[in-house]
Write a protein that binds this ligand. Sequence first.
Ligand code: SF4
Length: 371
Amino acid sequence: MSLESHDTDARPATETSEAGVGHGSTVLAPSVIAERIVRGDLQALDSETLLAYLGSEVDVWSLMAAADTVRRARFGNSVHLCSIVNAKEGGCPEDCGFCAQSRHFSTHVQAKKFTPVDEIVEHSERAAGRNASALGLVTATRGLEHDTKALDHVVAGIKAVRDAGHTEAHASVGFLTPDAMDRMVEAGLTELNHNLETGRSYFSKVVSTHTYDERMDTIRMAKSKGLRTCVGGIFGMGEAPSDRVELAQSLRELDVDEVPMNFLVSIEGTKLPPTDPLEPMEMLRIIAAYRLFLPRQNIFIAAGRTHLGQLLPMMFSAGASGMMVGDFLTTANRTVDDDLEMLHELGLIPHRCGDTRPELKRKAARLPVLS
Ligand code: SF4
């Protein structure tokens, strides 16, 4: 094939400027959106265009090029790494259809007691040694609203991690009362994770024991307490592109700080039927579209990122600004050494989050302009 004919085949109509896509509709080129974002219009991408980007009509390479422009303008060569530890594994009363820790399903996970506080601190030290700036304490619980024993344990764990000083202490513990959240903040919590999992319309197909609004309210409460918020979802659960748009809209509405993007790792025994992983290029498309819709947020790739296979490093050129290192809650990950070597080869630098990244604080959030 000649270079000329190759070029013609590969270049989508949308790459030129504001070009037509599909049957009579017009979609702004990703490069135009990226330019606007870099100039400071953080909401340059609207929901309708996001939906088009998530579909197959817009060329994924154009999308990734635009997303990469925004990532570099916002984060330069820095990459945020974080790590998690199970503070209480298994036996959860909720029925999230993807989760091996629910007691509604028969999976390889057995309910365990609380992880001792000194072990949690060891995890924090290990996480710091892997260049992770935060350790998230995760409990498989509905929440700590009516469970004083669990709350006491989590508070002790947060305080111990804070006092040890290896990493920041984050938590993912389900629903909380305002008082419980206050205690965690006092103990040193800096960020709360509370994923929305998917778009509002699809949520009830995945979870029946609590509602989307309960989740949204918990995130709003965390923000009202001055906590940074880490809120994301899982892709590849059978949701439609419109559900992915709904999730992105909720994340923008809540103005969360970090967005963990997970890709379903089908686990035997869970409610969701066994499902093939999303194709790598589809994963990259979703990451890139989210980067353009959520330009301020630290988007990090967590569970299921190994589905990218050989294309794993391309998650950064698709707009990801971080990744979770070490094992996930119920599934294995690549070795941390492999991940750090990958970053080194890419020329990307692990960067601490939180207090050492004032640019992530909500009020100060500004996109630098590309020089
Ligand atoms: S995702 Fe969390 S709340 Fe849902 S079943 Fe698993 S541990 Fe419980």
